[in-house]
Design a protein around this ligand. Structure first.
Ligand code: ACO
Length: 330
């Protein structure tokens, strides 16, 4: 966009960041034990009840509204899910702030204390959101496209994408990395033992944050995330953090290991993003929800591209039956 278009887009998003108070009732009806990704998917799907015209996929104006409503409300929903888990009051944010500053304030503000922006947190969150914004036909984006291809509407499509992202082989890997590191630490920190487990075909354990369906060499996002990770830990004085030290040790061993070299398994973006989020104070159950917030931009762009195209057709993978043609019934 040019400067004016960017300004208009930014203002249009800010104007739509209010969420109907009734959505709080839905949020508050989830048990405290509910996982943030399940809540986020449900609330995203629920948004259509407050914005019924969002299903008018043939109306350009309604679709512009639906897209901007989603981009505007998702950060508020993520912040609400986080705050409810912490038992804090739900905030609407401050539209005089830029996107990332507003997100940081909505999440971390204490009700009884003025919020002071922390440049390290803002810069890390900014990089994290940009790096996670889009990544072509990954599992969740393909899900958004396939649901959207039936004309189900934007909110339903993105809610399905959030569910697809949740899994630990995809976006959920950022949470799984920290859980794995904590498990190794609790077990005494024997990295060799866990490397052996990862290589043992009879053991379902995999080294979380390693490997990628497309990247058979370095994940370029991981290189930037690793730098960010060092910056954040330096600036927050967390270099001696045992989980971070363990991660660095594991990374070194894996990069020099025959099995990992032969199978071209390198650290992916999730290996470091979890450490960054943990360092800036986000609980690990929220990691994938922050990823979802970032990826919403990409999902929306893919969905919009598909809707604008005259060549789009309903997604319908074919199945080839390879089973028996005749079976006797006893
Ligand atoms: N640890 C140990 N072994 C692994 C790992 C790992 N993390 N990843 C792959 N392998 C092995 C597999 O066992 C398999 O071995 P085999 O050839 O002897 O059977 C071989 O490497 C190829 O693995 P596939 O599962 O076929 O590779 P695929 O491309 O389908 O999977 C995936 C990619 C899902 C990311 C996988 O590497 C994995 O499970 N990684 C851990 C989870 C993870 O970090 N996911 C985040 C991905 S990034 C993202 O979604 C944002």
């Amino acid at each position: 966009p040019n400067k004016q278009q960017l300004e208009k887009l930014s203002n249009d998003i800010k104007e739509r960041s209010i969420i109907d108070e009734d959505l709080r009732i839905i949020l508050n009806s989830f048990p405290k034990s509910a996982h943030p990704m399940g809540i986020l998917s449900s609330l995203t799907s629920g948004l259509v009840a407050f914005d019924p015209s969002a299903v008018n996929i043939d109306d350009e104006e309604d679709m512009y509204d639906a897209i901007l409503n989603l981009l505007a409300k998702i950060p508020v929903l993520v912040a609400w899910v986080y705050r409810r888990r912490k038992g804090l009051s739900l905030e609407y944010g401050d539209t005089s702030l830029a996107y990332v500053e507003n997100l940081a304030k909505m999440m971390f503000q204490r009700p009884n204390k003025e919020y002071v922006q922390n440049d390290t947190i803002v810069s890390a969150l900014n990089k994290l959101l940009i790096l996670h914004a889009d990544h072509e036909q990954n599992c969740s984006t393909s899900t958004v496209r396939i649901v959207g291809s039936s004309f189900a509407g934007l909110f339903a499509s993105v809610a399905a994408g959030i569910s697809a992202l949740w899994g630990r082989l995809h976006g959920g890997a950022n949470q799984a990395v920290i859980e794995m590191l904590e498990e190794i630490q609790k077990d005494g920190g024997d990295t060799k033992k866990f490397m052996s487990k990862a290589k043992d075909k009879s053991d379902p354990f995999r080294l979380m944050g390693f490997g990628h369906r497309v990247y058979r060499n370095q994940d370029p996002r991981a290189i930037i995330m690793k730098e960010t990770c060092h910056e954040v830990l330096d600036e927050l004085g967390l270099n001696d953090d045992p989980i971070f030290k363990l991660a660095m040790k594991l990374e070194k061993i894996a990069l020099e290991d025959e099995y990992f070299i032969e199978k071209k398994l390198y650290p992916n973006v999730d290996f470091y993003s979890g450490i960054v989020m943990r360092a800036i104070g986000i609980p690990f159950s929220m990691f994938t929800a922050v990823f979802a917030l970032a990826r919403t931009a990409g999902w929306v762009a893919h969905w919009n591209e598909m809707m604008m195209s005259d060549e789009s057709k309903i997604g319908r993978p074919r199945q080839v039956y390879k089973g028996k043609t005749k079976r006797d019934i006893k």
